[in-house]
Design a protein around this ligand. Structure first.
Ligand code: FES
Length: 248
């Protein structure tokens, strides 16, 4: 069932990322996703960056629907159905949240006093939610060296002792997920990745999000280390909305 919600606040987080806040009377677990529709544009899957009573969609502009969402202002409506999919596992103890680019949006609801973040972006202006980590427990990695460690996200991972974390959560572009997977492989099994694919139904019926026998919408979007190791397509290819194969 599709709900319509009214935007209450709009915040520009980085030059290319913005957040729309709204009240929505549904329970959502961190890591689940919703299907979002703006009239006249394609419905798209998105994770929520805030899951309490006030909810939030944090959006990077990359296509028609997200550009249409950037034109929305407080008082305008967006249309949402869900939530769908498997949430992140909840664990006790210290957690590590690894977010590349706007990937930190889906991880934001998991931030608490026990979490450390590794945030990666091209430059400091695109680092997302650094200030939401408690006691400055955010390690920044930038490709241009404008903040924190200069390099790619694996340089941030190499700077921490992974054995100190009960669970590691990873979200971002799939090439980045794959680089993290290869870096962490053999060091710990306590890792969950959030995968993205083109989605149409969102409920396991249309097969548009299929990856090596997994439906990302129904079996994911969160997957553990063992599951991603079974996906030959992971980090290599995906299908676009028309079914054409795209190589990462
Ligand atoms: S979006 Fe239709 S099966 Fe996943």
């Amino acid at each position: 069932m599709m709900d319509h919600v009214r935007v209450t606040r709009k915040v520009r987080d980085t030059p290319t990322v913005f957040s729309l806040y709204f009240n929505w009377n549904r329970d959502v677990e961190p890591g689940q996703f919703v299907m979002v529709w703006v009239p006249g544009h394609s419905e798209v899957p998105m994770s929520l960056s805030q899951t309490g009573k006030e909810k939030c969609l944090t959006i990077k502009m990359y296509g028609d629907t997200t550009k249409a969402m950037d034109a929305l202002e407080p008082g305008d409506f967006i249309y949402i159905r869900g939530p769908y999919g498997k949430p992140f596992s909840r664990v006790k103890g210290k957690t590590l949240l690894i977010g590349g680019g706007s990937g930190m949006a889906s991880l934001r609801p998991m931030i608490n006093e026990d979490s450390t973040g590794i945030l990666a972006a091209r430059g400091k202006e695109e680092l997302l939610f650094e200030n939401e980590f408690h006691d400055g427990k955010a390690i920044c990695v930038t490709e241009d060296g404008s903040r924190g460690i200069k390099g790619i996200i694996t340089a941030g991972i190499d700077s921490v002792d992974l054995s100190g974390f009960s669970m590691i959560y990873v979200c971002g572009p799939e090439r980045m997920l794959y680089a993290v997977y290869k870096n962490i492989q053999g060091k710990t099994e306590n890792v969950e990745f959030s995968l993205e694919r083109s989605m149409k139904c969102g409920i396991g019926l249309c097969d548009s999000c299929s990856v090596d026998g997994f439906e990302i919408c129904r079996d994911g979007p969160t997957f553990n280390m063992k599951q991603v190791s079974e996906m030959e397509e992971f980090g290599r290819t995906r299908l676009d909305r028309s079914g054409k194969r795209i190589y990462f």
